[in-house]
Ligand binder design. Structure first.
Ligand SMILES: NC(=O)c1ccc[n+]([C@@H]2O[C@H](COP(=O)([O-])OP(=O)(O)OC[C@H]3O[C@@H](n4cnc5c(N)ncnc54)[C@H](O)[C@@H]3O)[C@@H](O)[C@H]2O)c1
Length: 398
């Protein structure tokens, strides 16, 4: 559950604090526009003996100066910056960051700050969870994906050679600070990628936000600070609704995996082909939602109109409505079996656990375990169907 705390009276900063409750955990989420000074005021209250800042080189170059200058006035700072990209969520990088944090003198009073997108955010989460079995973690997300999705989760994970997010744990942040002004430097594609996850939450959990989302998408004003703040609030509300009683996202919170079964497989298959140039996480999830909606439609669950809303929103977000070039239906099917939702349901060998919608905002299955078995044949048929849909001249599928 989320409760609104305060709306501070500094109009240009529009500093807001909300409390996020996920199971037994409870932390403040502060957000505003151009609010670095307010963040530093809050960080000053933490009494840290060292700030370990996990970031990437792009974010460091764009947004590091002001923050690091302010932090250095509070305590020593160890900056752990890696090249951008998903491949950095590895045991090798994790091990090096732990070594560097300890060599810099980290103690139980140190604070790990994840500054950047979901990649440094997840690395920071695992570093904070492992150092002395858990030190304070602060997220300063700089992508829409991180601000609207990953920091609203206790899940902290890195990748194995076998698949995504296979190695990790749960840790609540001490606080989250989002300065929407930092999102302004995001390349359009990254910005929209995060908005795909926000759109996922609207489709699967919070359909009441859909009319405004569709309007803002149609007007092309989704990237304005005001729209981003609106969507941030809606994302917090949507995600909090399903995680309030499900710390581990292993029960009702599994609805957040909507689009992820095929989405993760597409992301992995494409990254094997193109590396960091491949589809973004959000784009892959958006495509995965099209496949999930197509399966629901074929089962007679989602109406054709609701399936159509999926295609409209995904196309308007500029996400792919086809598999990436060079990635075949068979490539996706070969990877999809490694999905990290294995083990939740007792399944036949040719089946996978899927989040499917019966209606917008209503997942199929037990509300405490919103997963249903889907055969690989159904996945194949839906992938083929999405691949062969006739496209509008705008690129939207119909
Ligand atoms: N824990 C969870 O529940 C959860 C949820 C969603 C996603 N994730 C994870 O998050 C990751 C994806 O997140 P992401 O898309 O933020 O990836 P990312 O951290 O790689 O950021 C994407 C790109 O944007 C750049 N960037 C970041 N902020 C910028 C800014 N303000 N201006 C310009 N460029 C900027 C980065 O340098 C990078 O190149 C995945 O690894 C995914 O597994 C985790």
């Amino acid at each position: 559950m989320t409760t609104s705390d305060s709306g501070h009276a500094t109009p240009q900063v529009r500093w807001q604090a909300r409390r996020i409750r996920i199971g037994d955990s409870d932390f403040p989420y502060y957000h505003g526009i151009d609010c670095a000074d307010r963040m530093l005021d809050e960080l000053a209250t933490m009494g840290a003996d060292l700030f370990v800042v996990v970031t990437d080189d792009t974010v460091l170059g764009l947004h590091g100066d002001r923050l690091l200058t302010g932090l250095r006035e509070l305590a020593p700072v160890e900056v752990l910056s890696h090249p951008p990209g998903e491949s950095m969520k590895s045991l090798t990088v994790l091990s090096e960051w732990l070594r560097r944090a300890l060599a810099a003198g980290a103690t139980r009073r140190s604070v790990v700050i994840g500054l950047g997108g979901g990649v440094p955010g997840n690395l920071a989460g695992v570093v904070a969870a492992l150092l002395f079995r858990g030190v304070r973690l602060v997220h300063i997300p700089t992508t829409t994906t991180a601000a609207m999705d990953s920091v609203l989760s206790l899940k902290q994970a890195i990748n194995s050679d076998i698949g995504k997010n296979h190695i990790g744990t749960y840790l609540a942040p001490h606080a989250v600070f989002t300065d929407v002004a930092m999102l302004a430097t995001l390349p359009e594609r990254e910005l929209r990628s995060g908005l795909c996850e926000a759109a996922k939450n609207c489709l699967a959990i919070w359909p009441r936000a859909l009319p405004t989302l569709r309007k803002v998408l149609a007007e092309g004003t989704l990237a304005t600070p005001e729209s981003l703040l609106w969507l941030l609030e809606e994302s917090i509300a949507a995600k909090s609704r399903v995680t309030v009683d499900d710390t581990r996202e292993q029960r009702g919170g599994l609805v957040l995996e909507y689009g992820h079964t095929v989405g993760h497989a597409v992301e992995l298959a494409d990254h094997r082909l193109r590396g960091a140039e491949g589809v973004t996480h959000g784009e892959a999830i958006a495509f995965g939602m099209l496949v999930a909606a197509t399966i629901s439609l074929a089962r007679g669950w989602l109406s054709p109109a609701d399936a159509e809303v999926h295609h409209e929103v995904v196309a308007a977000l500029g996400a792919p409505v086809r598999l990436p070039e060079g990635v075949s239906v068979d490539d996706v099917l070969a990877v999809v079996r490694d999905d990290n939702k294995r083990g939740y349901l007792a399944l036949a060998p040719d089946s996978l656990a899927f989040v499917l919608l019966r209606d917008l905002g209503s997942p199929a299955g037990d509300p405490q375990l919103p997963l249903v078995p889907v055969t690989l044949e159904e996945v194949r048929a839906a992938l083929v169907e999405v691949q062969t849909r006739v496209l509008e001249p705008t690129g939207a599928a119909r």
